[in-house]
Structure formats: C-alpha cells, structure tokens
Design a protein around this ligand. Structure first.
Ligand SMILES: Cc1cc2nc3c(=O)[nH]c(=O)nc-3n(C[C@H](O)[C@H](O)[C@H](O)COP(=O)(O)OP(=O)(O)OC[C@H]3O[C@@H](n4cnc5c(N)ncnc54)[C@H](O)[C@@H]3O)c2cc1C
Length: 651
C-alpha cells in the first residue's frame, strides 16, 4: 500500500489557498442530495456537523452522550492558541507553525501544521461571533496568556473553562441546524461498526444505549470525530466515557491507525491517591504561567517532608530546587509537557519527590500571590484552585499544589491525508481521533485549535471534493442501488449482534473494570512515561494473556435490551485490549526517543530524548490483519522543506 498524503504542490504558505481553489465543488442546489454522518459532537464533531449543515448537506450526528454539551471537550481548561499577535510580541503564522513542528519533535507533516496555524486566526473570529466569552483586557481587546513550548502569548481563554465556552458556541451553531432540520441528532447512540461497500465508507451500525436497539444508517460519507483513546491507561485526565471504539472498529474495517504509541503525559495533574481511584484530575498548564515547579534540594529533606516531620512552608528558599528554571533558563516552567513530565519523574526517581507516595513535585504560587495579590490570582485561576482544594483538602493560596504527570492526550489516531480523509475513501477523521498535526508531542492549547480548525475550516472544503465525485444516487458495483438492506449492512449488523451476544454469554467472574484496570497498569508501567524494549515485550505477552482471560472469564450482568453500562464498558475494554497491544508494538518498533515517546535506550547524557531522523522520520501507519495476527506497518516519510531538523532545545 502506498500512503499518499495528497499534500498540494507549491510553496508552504500557498498550499491551502491553492488547494481550496483546486478541489471540486458541489453545486449549492445539489448539496441537499448528499447525506453525511458525523459521529461525535464534541468540538471537532459539533463544528463539522454545524458547518456541513450550514452548507446545505443533510447531516446525521451521533453521540453516546445525552447531549452534545457533555462531550469530553467541555473539560478543556486552559485555552486555545491562535496566531493573532494581539500582544505584538513577535507572533505570526510562521512562528505558530514552527513552534508546533518543533514542539512535536519533528514528527508531524509540515503542510498540515502550516494550514492549522493559518486558520487559527479565523477560529477566534468565528467563536467571538458565536458569543464565546473570551477573557478581555481592560480596554476590551481579547486577552492572552502563555502556554508551554512558546515564547509568545497566543493562548485565548475563558478563565479555566475554555472548552466549555467553546463547546457552548459550537453547540449553539449545531442547535440552529437541528432546529432547521438540517441535522438529525441521535444522542445516547453508540456507533459500533462501520459499513464499507466496494471499498467506500457508506454507513454505520449503532446501538441505542437506552433500549439496546441496533440500527443501520446510510450516507455518502462518514466523519469520525470521536475523541482520543487515553483511557486505555485506565487512569487518565480524560472523561471516564472517552474510548477508542469508533476509531478501532473503523481500523478493523481497513482504516490505518497512525503512531498509536504517541501519548501525551501531562505534567500538572493531581497525584494518584489510592488503589480505588478511577480518574485523574488535570491542573491546567495555564498555571505554569505563574506557578513555579520545585522539589527539595536534598533527598533527606524530601524524606522528612514525606514522613510529615516538616511542613512544606518551612523549607527555606535556598533549600528549594526550581529544577525547570535551573535546567531550561529560556523557557523555565513553560517547557513543553513531555520535557516537564520527564523532569518531574527524574526528580522523583532521585528520591526528591514529595507527598506521602513520593510521586509528586510542587507547583508554587507564593511569588505571584505576593506580586499581584490573591484576588487577581483568583480571577485568573479561581476555579482551578477551588477544584484542587476540594479534591485534596489543601489550600493552594496557602501552600504549593502537589502535582505529578498523568496520561492526558493521544497524538496517535486514524491516519488521514491532507483532506482529513482516511485511507478508506469517504471516511474522514477529525479532532483528537485523527493523528494529524501534533507529531510526537502536542503543545498546550493546540487540541482545541485543531478540533475547531478541522470542523469549521477544513472538512467543509475537503469533503466537497469527494462528494462532487460521488453520485447522489448510490449504486454498488453490481449496479444495484445501495439501501439499508444491502448485504454489507446485513453483515455488519450481524457482526455487531454476534459480538454483543458473545460478551453477554461468557458469564465468568471478572468485571470489565477489573480487566481495564489490569490493562491500564501494564500500559502505564511498560508503555507510559518511559519505555524500553524488554518491558514492551513483557507487556505484549501480558496483554495477550489478559485478552485471553477476558474472553473466558468476563462477567456482564443484565441484557442487551436495556440500559446496560456494564455491557457498554465490556465492548470498549475489548477494543482497548487490542489497541493496547498495537501501542506496545508501535513503541517497540520506534527505536528512538521523540516527544512523548521516551525509549530509555535512546537518551543523551543529560537524559534528553535522542531522535533518529535517518531511520524514523516517518508516520507509522498500521494495518489490521485479523484477530491475533501481527499488524502490517506502512510508512509515510515526513519531508521537511521549511524547517531544519535540529535537536530540540528549550535551554
Ligand atoms: C482535562 C482536560 C483539559 C484539557 N484542556 C485543554 C485546553 O485547555 N486546550 C486544548 O487545546 N486542549 C485541551 N485538552 C484536550 C482537548 O480537550 C481534547 O483534545 C478535545 O476536546 C477533543 O475534542 P474532540 O471533539 O476531538 O473529542 P471529544 O470532545 O472527546 O468528543 C468525542 C465525541 O464523540 C462521541 N463518541 C465517541 N465515540 C462514539 C461512538 N462510538 N459512538 C457515538 N459517539 C461517540 C462522544 O459522545 C463525543 O460527542 C484537555 C483535555 C483534558 C482531558
């Protein structure tokens, strides 16, 4: 298979404009003859569904939530990047492009990233027009703050609730189209399979989560906007409901899965507190604008802290090691997430971690409170401080927060070309569910940017190119009209039913959560913040064993014909058990360290990631070959014509 990313010819800055001119258009009067399925109504899906309906297409939108407003996007705290240069501090489209390519450790496509930087400016205008209440300066201009991996302030925000406000904007746009009848919204409905006819995506199979009803849905194209798969680790900052099922089932129908091992570990999360925890909480990266990260200078001092013999506020200034400021003077506490996370781990591995487990470092606001006062700090971060206090019972205005890295985001996902189409014609992937723009490490505040860029400004153009070449009246290769009774729909539905029956009939002793937790433990230990060949091989065997046990000893209570969250979970855990193995294979294959993928064998004398551009400057796109078969690796070579590949340095 040859992977053609369909990157337009010409100078980087002109590619997107030229491409928009060159793609085929669907006549406005013909758009109403085309149906598009959009699965997922988080930021990526809601923006796509609303925009496509606004153009005139008939959209069917699906979400397993009871409202689009419940998508995981609502949890996004810190902000959204855009190259507006409102601060007059040297920002530009080119700088955002450069920061993103470098931040991703040179494992992303130049053309996609440049386009992302270009359309970033439109996103802010679109959202403001929708009424998104971005923070403003005294004079009324939109305010900005800084995020990791950048030396300019380009992050737009709405206190610590940016995702919520953006989603309400996208939801309003979507609701308008629902009211016009151009979007038919299916809530509490889960996509369980993709239907492919003559090699083209033509529909999906869904299950109504309230009644268990299985349904077939037909369309001219299918867009997946189903979010990331960080919950494969069981403990993560993702919403508990987030999962990989839609993307994984599409993968099993032929869509390639790219860079599955590229996982982002976020440095500032509330540390794990016990064995029975099911979720981790993020403390937004925006806090690193003002918070200073430190640990005690000596192991002895850290031990005394851990034993509770001294209080953190008793540690004198000269006994504190502000290790990020010390090691990375130019970026300080705002180094990218992968760098900050690894350094926090290093401190804890040295025995200088704090908290009862020793797996935490401090994020301290004493200086900023002294400088601008607690009131102003509260205006910037009040909701985050309140959340921290509620969870830990410690007041961050009075003592530093304790933070530790946790799984947060997945850069890997379905492989897509420049048009955001997967290798399956007619199947698109947008937002966190594709692999496209962040390379091996996503910069903070860039996921919201990408999801909305995809939905508002990319897919509305690129999908037209495909639809313009697709007859409105769909026929199969036997010249038969494609209807819901087509054998491919029947077969896909039977597969879905068979799988549900299988899950219900095992009648073993262990819950889906029990298996999920065991998988998460393996993934974190062996394919988490640091990986090595031996550990990855061990994990592969253990995951295979766990999967066998799952299919022999799973217990799913209840029936299919009812609300059954155990059944829902079982299906998702089954997919995680396959995806987990692919992540391990991908990490094992990539004999280098880059971004969030840190192979212990490949590091320099300072403990920094050691990339191998000669052999690994490619996207690893994996092809499903059947149950228990090794997947086939396809490589998309990455060409860098506009940036020079250098060793990343934030010093
Ligand atoms: C705590 C937290 C804070 C964050 N803060 C920021 C930030 O400040 N800035 C930033 O840029 N990024 C941030 N991120 C990342 C960002 O929030 C996500 O990457 C982004 O919101 C993902 O949007 P999405 O639309 O792709 O997916 P989601 O918002 O996850 O939406 C997925 C949608 O798909 C639906 N779905 C999934 N599977 C199925 C299925 N099988 N059938 C039917 N429906 C399905 C769901 O119902 C949902 O509607 C944060 C992430 C976390 C965890």
């Amino acid at each position: 298979m040859i992977l053609d990313a369909k990157i337009p010819e010409g100078p980087l800055a002109e590619k997107w404009d030229k491409h928009k001119f060159n793609v085929k258009l669907v006549n406005p009067a013909n758009k109403r003859k085309y149906d598009v399925i959009v699965v997922g109504t988080g930021l990526a899906g809601a923006s796509a569904a609303a925009s496509l309906a606004e153009l005139g297409y008939n959209v069917k939108a699906f979400s397993f939530h009871d409202s689009p407003r419940r998508a995981h996007s609502i949890a996004a705290q810190g902000g959204i990047n855009a190259a507006k240069n409102y601060q007059n501090d040297g920002d530009s489209v080119h700088r955002l492009f450069y920061d993103t390519i470098k931040g991703g450790d040179y494992r992303a496509r130049e053309a996609n990233v440049y386009r992302l930087a270009q359309v970033s400016v439109n996103i802010i205008d679109q959202c403001v027009a929708q009424g998104v209440p971005f923070a403003r300066e005294y004079g009324g201009l939109l305010a900005n703050r800084s995020f990791g991996g950048a030396q300019v302030s380009r992050t737009f925000y709405a206190r610590g609730q940016t995702g919520q406000q953006l989603l309400l904007g996208a939801y309003s746009a979507l609701s308008r189209q629902i009211a016009y009848g151009k979007v038919k919204m299916y809530t509490r409905t889960e996509m369980l399979d993709l239907v492919i006819i003559d090699g083209q995506a033509r529909g999906i199979i869904t299950r109504n989560l309230i009644t268990g009803e299985i349904q077939r849905h037909l369309a001219h194209a299918v867009v997946l906007a189903t979010g990331g798969y960080g919950n494969v680790f069981y403990l993560s900052t993702n919403a508990k409901y987030s999962n990989a099922t839609a993307a994984w089932r599409a993968h099993k129908k032929g869509a390639l899965f790219a860079n599955p091992c590229f996982t982002q570990i976020h440095p500032t999360c509330i540390p794990v507190s016990g064995d029975y925890q099911s979720k981790l909480t993020l403390m937004s990266e925006s806090l690193r604008n003002d918070g200073r990260v430190w640990v005690p200078k000596t192991v002895e001092m850290a031990e005394r802290l851990r034993r509770g013999e001294i209080h953190v506020n008793q540690i004198a200034e000269e006994d504190r090691d502000y290790f990020l400021e010390r090691k990375y003077p130019s970026f300080g506490n705002l180094v990218p997430r992968d760098v900050a996370s690894r350094n926090a781990k290093m401190m804890c591995d040295e025995g200088r971690g704090v908290g009862s487990s020793g797996l935490a470092v401090y994020l301290d606001f004493a200086d900023v409170i002294k400088r601008i006062g607690a009131d102003q700090v509260s205006q910037k971060y009040g909701n985050l401080f309140a959340m921290y206090e509620k969870i830990t019972d410690e007041d961050p205005y009075k003592q530093p927060m304790r933070i530790y890295p946790a799984v947060h985001y997945t850069m890997g996902g379905l492989w897509v070309d420049y048009n955001l189409m997967t290798n399956v014609p007619g199947l698109y992937a947008t937002g966190e569910c594709n692999f496209s723009d962040h390379g091996a490490n996503r910069l903070g505040a860039s996921a919201l940017m990408q999801g909305l860029a995809d939905g508002y400004f990319v897919i509305p153009y690129t999908i037209g190119d495909y639809l313009a070449q697709t007859p409105a009246k769909l026929m199969d290769s036997n010249k038969q009209p494609i209807t819901l009774d087509h054998p491919a729909f029947v077969e896909a539905e039977n597969q879905v039913r068979g799988r549900i029956q299988k899950l219900l009939s095992i009648n073993g002793t262990r819950t889906p959560d029990d298996f999920h937790k065991a998988l998460g433990h393996l993934m974190w230990e062996y394919c988490g913040m640091a990986r090595n060949a031996e550990g990855l091989q061990h994990a592969k065997k253990e995951i295979q064993k766990l999967r066998r046990e799952f299919w022999q000893d799973l217990k799913v209570t209840g029936t299919n014909e009812d609300l059954n969250q155990t059944l829902e979970k079982a299906g998702r855990v089954a997919d995680f058990l396959e995806l987990g193995e692919l992540m391990v294979d991908d990490a094992y294959n990539r004999n280098e360290s880059c971004g969030g993928h840190f192979r212990e064998e490949y590091q320099d004398e300072m403990g920094e990631a050691d990339r191998n551009d000669d052999e690994y400057a490619y996207v690893a796109a994996w092809e499903w070959r059947g149950e228990n078969q090794p997947e086939t690796l396809h490589k998309e070579e990455l060409k860098f014509e506009n940036v020079k590949l250098t060793k990343r340095s934030y010093k």
